[in-house]
Write a protein that binds this ligand. Structure first.
Ligand code: AP5
Length: 214
């Protein structure tokens, strides 16, 4: 099963994608996580990506598309995968479709997690991310057992650089301009599924499982 997660920054794509990957036994591929790992390791890709991410802008397609196409061609993706944060532009979606067509494959589901803008800034200001394993928490809705410490690996939790309110507003603008058109793109392809992302995390998960099927 090849699944794409759509939704505004902070809609809960990452939270849900991890749970879906676990339930269906498929890899979770997050372009944001890949870029953040590269930034942490100070790679050339990380240095370039950081200049865009810190401003709330998209990393250019030429740094993003081949990386994902390569990744979905790997052995562990044979039975499917969940893409979180990719595609984010129509050209990215077209490149993915073209690459999948060559492999005789196609996207099965594009799940749009719908959350209004007014909820987003609140979610982002409360999000904490682990510097070690990248696990995410929310100080109110999904708090770690010990404040500031990751339950999974015991490392420190921080507010992501791009979760500062002014950067979040910029990211929301970019989302509406460049990523939201993908909702129509996948509706036309007949694979769009919409879920309400404003309810409790577990209810969002159940709604996604119900649209994907057991
Ligand atoms: P990326 O990491 O993909 O960021 P994003 O899409 O902006 O999404 P987020 O990770 O911020 O949010 P999310 O929807 O995963 O929400 P989460 O589950 O964490 O990308 C970062 C940057 O990398 C981009 O800005 C761009 O520069 C670059 N980039 C990445 N991919 C790219 C691409 N394809 N092309 C070009 N550039 C690219 O949840 C948010 C918070 O809410 C958490 O605290 C969570 O605990 C909480 N929460 C989740 N669900 C609920 C709920 N139901 N109720 C209450 N709280 C909830």
């Amino acid at each position: 099963m090849k699944i794409i997660m759509l939704g505004a920054p902070g809609a809960g794509k990452g939270t849900q994608a991890k749970k879906i990957a676990q339930k269906y036994g498929i890899p979770h591929i997050s372009t944001g996580d890949i870029f953040r790992a590269n930034i942490k390791n100070n790679t050339e890709l990380g240095k370039k990506a950081k200049t865009y991410m810190d401003k709330g802008l998209l990393v250019p397609d030429e740094l993003t598309v081949d990386l994902v196409i390569d990744r979905v061609g790997q052995e562990d993706c044979k039975n499917g995968y969940i893409l979180d944060g990719f595609p984010r532009t129509i050209p990215q979606a077209e490149s993915l479709d073209a690459a999948l067509e060559k492999m005789g494959e196609k996207v099965d589901f594009a799940v749009n997690v719908e959350v209004p803008d007014e909820n987003i800034v609140n979610r982002m200001s409360g999000r904490r991310a682990c510097v070690g394993c990248g696990a995410t928490y929310h100080i109110k809705y999904n708090a770690p057992k010990t404040e500031g410490i990751c339950d999974v690996c015991g490392e420190k939790l921080i507010l992501r650089d791009d979760d500062q309110p002014e950067t979040v507003l910029k990211r929301l603008g970019v989302y509406h301009d460049q990523t939201q058109p993908l909702i129509d793109y996948y509706a036309k392809a007949g694979v769009l599924k919409e879920v309400d992302g404003t309810v409790d995390m577990e209810d969002v998960f159940q709604a996604i499982v119900s649209v994907l099927g057991e």
